[in-house]
Design a protein around this ligand. Sequence first.
Ligand code: C2O
Ligand code: CU
Length: 496
Amino acid sequence: AQTGAAILARRPANTGAELRSAVPLPAAFTVPLPLPAVLKPVGADRYEITQRETVLEILPGIKTPLWTYDGTFPGPTIEARRGRPVTVTHHNRLPVPTVVHLHGGRTPPESDGYPTDLVLPDGWHDPGHGTHMHDPRAVVTRLTRDYTFPMDQRATMLWYHDHRMDFTAPAIWRGLAGLHIIRDDAEESLGLPAGSRELPLVIMDRAFDGDGGLAYPALDPSLRAHPGVHEPYLAGVLGDVILVNGAPWPVHEVDAARYRLRLLNASNARHYDLEAVTEDGRRLDLVQIGADQGLLAAPVTHQTLPIAPAERYDVVADFSGVPVGGLVKILNRLGSGRTSEVMAFRVARRGADDSRIPSVLSADLPAWNRSDAVRVRDFSFRAGQMNGGHGWLIGGLPFHPARTDVTVGLGDVEVWRLIADVHHPVHLHLAGFRVLSRGGKPPLPRDAGLKDTISLRPGESAEIITRFDGYRGRYLFHCHNAEHEDMGMMANLEIG
Ligand code: C2O
Ligand code: CU
């Protein structure tokens, strides 16, 4: 039998098993860009979200059933302030158990959305109970659960999404993802583009069946050994439609001014390499001001910007040099055909602009040194055997909820050396990290700042450094190719 790596080695990234939509697709840059609704609190820093099935029109004239947070796709955005704890009560009216994780949150373990801490819908019993995957530490609730987020962390754009064991990928694919933005006074005093000139952009790919529903390969784990069913799932699921904020290849009217673009790649498996190109073929700079975990120390200018699943990049694009009426396309250099286009900005009018990009953005980035580390650990991210079929393994093992893979001391600084066989975006819960090296060389410009997800390229190794503080308890690290995650590429981290 071929290993996953052997199957994937025959192809470059993103050409794995792209699902083909069976409905007519709109022309690029015709559908207006929606902005996710901001969720209204029900009390001071208290929110409620009902997870429910909804039918929405994503493609013009076509009805698509989705699993949603509160009826929207992406889910509603939570706007939080640094230092003010937020409580979100989630009600599960979906036909399946769910788990909510705030990606990038410094969250106590009981609210971190451990994959077996299920919120069961009506009529369900814990599906792990009595099986080999039974987790004695799971805290299962029925119908509803309060998640509390201390918000004791740097201002940044986080996202919340489903995290149920073995079923995260299909749940996100069907719609369970939304933004959670943390703001603070320091960031607001910088004079960055704001208001209607700050745009959250959630990028995802999807594919549509002939009846308008989202296409997705078979989920039954017993089918994993069947090559025809297994392969698309193994590589990570790719769609042929690029959505931004839930709209296909949208267009947005802008002033000829600077805009802050808060990018999230919420795709299950697709990597993008973004560029902003004018009609006369000129590339606009993408000036990066922030990473996954908030502002950089100083801006970093990119011509093209690769973004892996779950990564966020906070960038400023300046449309002031574009003539009124001109179009700026956001293209994906890793795509082909229609997946090489993402969205466009139409410069609609001139506009006064008093925004700025200060040369010093923040002074509070942690500066951990190699010499601070009490331990160095190695983790491989590779294909392998799991339950008699293909899986994805960390350190040679597939995920098991009842096994502790790593125990770290509260407050300890550690260096982790990660090595990958194919593309793996590796995400660590709770602890933001810095990238120390890649392939034995200094980090890339895009590794700047505080990260929570690092994109490992095929055959690449990298070193990250972090301090495990805040809370004791059980956390995770995993690949954020959501299908890899569901196929075992996740491990337990105990902070004790
Ligand atoms: Cu974005 Cu463990 O999650
Ligand atoms: Cu992976």
